[in-house]
Design a protein around this ligand. Structure first.
Ligand SMILES: Nc1ncnc2c1ncn2[C@@H]1O[C@H](COP(=O)(O)OP(=O)(O)OP(=O)(O)O)[C@@H](O)[C@H]1O
Length: 271
């Protein structure tokens, strides 16, 4: 598949715009001239095998890492030209790395509400009743409001994932980043979470969303676009229906795959 041709400047609706973004660490190239644009009304899946560069890409999108070369605009701000701390509160981010940093003795409602201050773990910040109401509303949207007063450390893997997804939305972000939100969930937990993400995707008021996964089965119905990555480079990018094919998926994972689609969901197996 040919390299995606980028426009030079981000458009009006662009929330993320990468142009020839390369990330190197020593002699290793983590990302190799990635060009990619995400508009405000789009819901993207980033799909690729282990080590493809997905988490690195998400760190650029989260404004927590600079490219070694190339240009990255996040929410209209060019990385390197602005203080990244100004951009970060406008981004909701849920990841396995964050999950391990939440103190186990933190109340679930506080895990969510403390996102308003960009901190992990409630300390001396003052939150008003509206913040607490919003945190409860979001916990409810992910089906875990009944756990609001439990300690985070007592939650199951699936309950933690849902709590962190609620936290990611607490600041009403303009860009929502979900790194493997369904990893480690059982079948029921995965399907429940995907149903909630499908409803989120369908809401026109929801932020632009980027979801990283290894599995096509974890693509929520209603997501609109896919970025396929392998070896730090783009294999394909565009509307899901036309970009995610047996051929492109096989190329992304380096093996012959059969891909099936039913009711907006995808299923893959080795040929
Ligand atoms: N500081 C570093 N120095 C050298 N190589 C690195 C460094 N950080 C990451 N890498 C390598 O870069 C590649 C991309 O890593 P990344 O975590 O972005 O991949 P990923 O697609 O998220 O993988 P996974 O699906 O396994 O989580 C991996 O091969 C990783 O080992």
């Amino acid at each position: 598949m040919s390299r995606v041709t980028p426009s030079i400047r981000p458009g009006q609706a662009s929330v993320l715009h990468l142009w020839e973004v390369t990330v190197r660490r020593g002699s290793t190239t983590l990302l190799d001239r990635i060009s990619w644009n995400v508009d405000a009304d789009e819901r993207w899946v980033v799909l690729g095998p282990n080590g493809a560069g997905k988490t690195t890409l998400l760190q650029i999108a989260a404004a927590t890492m600079h490219p070694t070369s190339g240009r990255a605009h996040v929410l209209g701000e060019r990385l390197g030209a602005v203080n990244l701390a100004d951009v970060r509160p406008r981004i909701g981010f849920s990841s396995a790395a964050l999950a391990t940093r939440v103190p186990p003795n933190e109340k679930v409602r506080d895990v969510v509400v403390s996102a308003g201050y960009g901190v992990i773990g409630r300390w001396r910040e003052r939150y008003d009743a509206m913040d607490d109401d919003r945190a409860l509303e979001l916990l409810d949207a992910f089906g875990v409001a009944h756990l609001a007063d439990r300690l985070y450390g007592t939650l199951s893997e699936g309950e933690r994932k849902r709590t962190l997804a609620a936290r990611a939305l607490m600041t009403d972000p303009e860009l929502l980043l979900l790194d493997e939100p369904a990893a480690g969930l059982d079948l029921g937990g995965r399907e429940d979470l995907l149903g909630r993400l499908t409803r989120l995707a369908a809401d026109p008021l929801s932020p632009a969303t980027i979801l990283v996964t290894h599995h096509v089965e974890e693509i929520p119905a209603g997501f609109t676009h896919v970025l396929l990555v392998r070896g730090g480079a783009v294999v394909g990018a565009g509307p899901l229906g036309e970009t995610l094919t047996e051929q492109s998926l096989s190329k992304t994972f380096g093996l012959g795959l059969v891909l099936e689609q039913r009711d907006g969901r995808y299923f893959a197996r080795a040929r």
